[in-house]
Design a protein around this ligand. Structure first.
Ligand code: G3P
Ligand code: MG
Length: 247
């Protein structure tokens, strides 16, 4: 039911490196993490890039929107200096570059489709198509594939349309009333929720209904143990330095 790793480095390297960069992935790997979550949205040229915020300014030096710049322009921007001078010049990576790094290092991926507002359908389509093209051989061989996820129902529907063979998780803050009907309609395999909003009863319901259950963002070993005891299958963490990676 949950064939995936249980413990994922959030945004590549948690809070130990500039999020959603190749440096973050290297940091995660240095801590033994071979499973990551990261966020994907579209550059102005429709190329999927790995970044969290639709606006520049917090992690990417500059102003305007991700959707104002091409992937090549974003790659030349600075997504590392905000975190520390040793990361200055670290660009916004393309999704393709991140997948290539993860595949080379045998890092499993939870690919969060993170559309900028108004770009839900094209982002879901593009990320699913790109994932399928990057994993053609693995799909044919029946190997373990990445898990797509999104808060956006429109993006999840688009991803399903573009690549129905790729499993999807539905991201929510709190598991809403009526979740099972929506999950069924979306054809997702898992519910991804904020662990602070989860209760043992909701966890039991999700598991009894046959869905995977994933939590974000769990930052102590004690809480991780508690959630696993509730039946949670996997979680991502910002504290890759305090929570050891598990198989
Ligand atoms: O995918 C889990 C988590 O990353 C969702 O929240 O804002 O960190 O993308 P956010
Ligand atoms: Mg995310």
């Amino acid at each position: 039911m949950w064939p995936y790793p249980r413990t994922l480095a959030h945004r590549g390297g948690g809070t130990l490196a500039p999020e959603n960069t190749l440096a973050a992935l290297r940091c995660g790997l240095a801590y033994g993490y071979r499973a990551v979550e990261f966020d994907v949205m579209l550059a102005s040229d429709g190329v999927p890039v790995v970044v969290h915020d639709p606006e520049l300014g917090r992690t990417v030096a500059g102003s305007g929107f991700i959707s104002d710049y091409t992937a090549e322009e974003l790659g030349r921007m600075d997504a590392g200096a905000w975190f520390g001078p040793q990361f200055a010049g670290e660009g916004v990576p393309t999704f393709e570059a991140v997948v290539a790094y993860c595949k080379a290092q045998r890092i499993w991926m939870n690919i969060e489709i993170k559309p900028a507002p108004g770009f839900e359908v094209p982002t879901g389509l593009a990320v699913a198509r790109a994932t399928r093209s990057h994993f053609t051989q693995e799909i044919a061989a029946g190997e373990l594939l990445p898990l797509l996820s999104s808060f956006s129902i429109a993006a999840l529907q688009a991803a399903r349309q573009a690549a129905p063979e790729l499993a999807r998780g539905w991201l929510v803050e709190a598991v809403p009333a009526g979740w099972m009907q929506t999950a069924k309609e979306l054809g997702v395999v898992a519910i991804h929720c904020d662990h602070k909003q989860l209760t043992p009863e909701l966890a039991r319901q999700v598991k009894e209904a046959g869905y995977g259950l994933f939590c974000y963002t769990v930052n102590t070993r004690e809480r991780a143990s508690e959630l696993l005891a509730w039946g949670v299958d996997g979680y991502c963490t910002d504290r890759i330095d305090v929570i050891p990676p598990m198989a």
